[in-house]
Design a binder for this molecule. Structure first.
Ligand code: NAP
Ligand code: G4F
Length: 385
């Protein structure tokens, strides 16, 4: 077993939670950086905390911090003396970055510099390895298909531009100070704990809601965009593998397959036996129920499909969700990661959609049961994004 100490920023996020579990299984001591929040936001890592009700994991610890606070970052890196830092924290929503461009630049761009600089100032360049959560958003208006480590970048959002700075400052610190600093250029990756405001989870939650009669219609933006979607569990393993190499380097992590938002929605509804037709164009396009496989619906949802009917419009376009500049097509070439890290994805998109839909149906049923007992379990204002 390893005796290494890892520090993960973004511990409360999708990737932070999966990576923490992965490293704890490998015997690491894990420290997570958590932002102070006015409400509970640790649901993804609750099982790791020790409290009055459970023992938790004795090798898991957290501290309060923020990527915009250099003094806090320096203090904790000094105290923890990590062998590996995984910088996963970010304002990670592309559309929101158009509304908060300066903050996004500060947290996602300069935040990375603060971590690298802390390692350098503290004299830890020979000890502490740094992983930077880079992104396929760097490719933006793609200059090549598929995209590899050699493809020129062309970011299309304040988020992408901030991550471009973070990418290059990581490369620069590696070259200037001989640090082990690497970029994982990860394509989109999802899971049952994906944030509810990203399109895949927004769709799978809506499939559950609509099936159980708790939502009528799902509003989406650009259905034509295509993404290379993998599973977050596979992708955190790639992060770990990059940090175990003798030499630091940058790697594209992707499945090599691309799917449109429209097709993802079609497959997610098909999981519960609801078959969609898409009619109309642009902002007038609609997803309409063409047929319902009653046996499949009852098998998956656990009740007769009384809440829905053939001809029902379940998807509509709301231009609110369009972005000022869009990334239309992402498809990655991860052959370098396959050849050097021995990494290939284990999950298929089909299995992941099944897992996400099943999870959202279960969650909704549990929450519905709690709500009927008087508990407030979800604030629907979260649906504005
Ligand atoms: P996520 O679920 O949105 O998690 C982001 C994490 O960052 C959360 O823990 C969040 O804390 C934290 N955070 C945000 N701003 C912060 C700040 N100023 N200081 C400290 N912590 C802050 O994102 P994810 O999907 O796990 O992605 C992890 C990383 O990979 C991100 O850097 C993202 O940009 C990048 N990435 C993601 C994908 C993908 O498809 N998932 C692909 C490529 C790259 P709160 O819980 O308090 O909000
Ligand atoms: O799910 P998304 O919001 O993810 P996006 O923009 O690709 O960004 C994610 O992946 C990046 C890696 O490439 C990460 F770096 C980033 O942190 C994040 O995790 O949107 C995917 C696509 C976009 O083209 C968007 O325009 O779906 C389209 N879309 C259509 N309707 C929508 C919606 N996206 C969202 N969030 N909500 C919609 O209603």
């Amino acid at each position: 077993m390893s005796e290494k100490v890892a520090l993960i920023t973004g511990i409360t996020g999708q990737d932070g939670s999966y990576l923490a579990e992965h490293l704890l299984q490998k015997g690491y001591t894990v420290w997570g950086m958590k932002r102070r929040s006015s409400s509970f936001n640790t649901s993804r890592i609750d099982a790791l905390f020790a409290n009055d009700r459970q023992e938790g994991n004795p090798h898991f610890h957290y501290f309060y911090g923020d990527l915009t606070d250099a003094s806090n970052i320096i203090r904790y890196i000094q105290e923890i003396q990590p062998d590996e830092i995984y910088n996963l924290a970010a304002m990670s929503h592309v559309k929101v970055s158009f509304d908060t461009p300066e903050y996004t630049g500060n947290a996602d761009g300069l935040g990375t510099l603060r971590i690298l600089e802390a390692v350098r100032m503290l004299g830890l360049t020979g000890k502490t390895k740094v992983y930077q959560a880079s992104t396929s958003e760097l490719f933006g208006l793609v200059q090549q298909v598929p995209q590899s480590e050699k493809t020129p970048f062309y970011p299309r959002s304040p988020y992408g531009v901030a991550k471009l700075y973070a990418y290059w400052i990581t490369v620069n610190y590696r070259e200037a100070y001989d640090m082990f600093a690497c970029n994982g250029i990860l394509f989109n990756h999802e899971s049952p704990v994906r944030g509810e405001t990203f399109v895949t989870r927004k769709i799978t939650r809506a499939v559950a809601n609509i099936s159980l009669g708790m939502q009528k219609v799902l509003s989406l933006g650009n259905l034509d965009a295509k993404r290379d979607w993998g599973h977050a569990k596979d992708f955190v393993e790639a992060m770990y593998l990059m940090m175990q190499q003798d030499q630091p380097d940058d790697y594209v992590i992707a499945t090599g397959k691309t799917t449109s938002i429209r097709e993802f929605a079609r497959r997610a509804f098909a999981e519960v036996g609801v078959h969609l037709d898409f009619v109309g164009n642009g902002a007038n396009e609609k997803g309409v129920i063409a047929a319902i496989d009653r046996n499949r619906f009852e098998g998956m949802v656990g009740m007769r499909p009384d809440a829905i009917y053939t001809g029902q419009e379940v998807i509509q376009i709301d231009p609110f969700y369009y972005r000022p500049t869009e990334v239309s097509l992402l498809i990655g070439d991860a052959s370098k990661a396959r050849d050097i890290l021995g990494w290939t994805p284990k999950h298929t998109l089909e299995d992941m959609i099944t897992e996400m839909v099943e999870n959202d149906i279960d969650l909704l049923k549990r929450n519905h049961h709690l709500m009927k007992s008087g508990f407030v379990v979800h604030n629907e204002l979260e649906d504005i994004f």
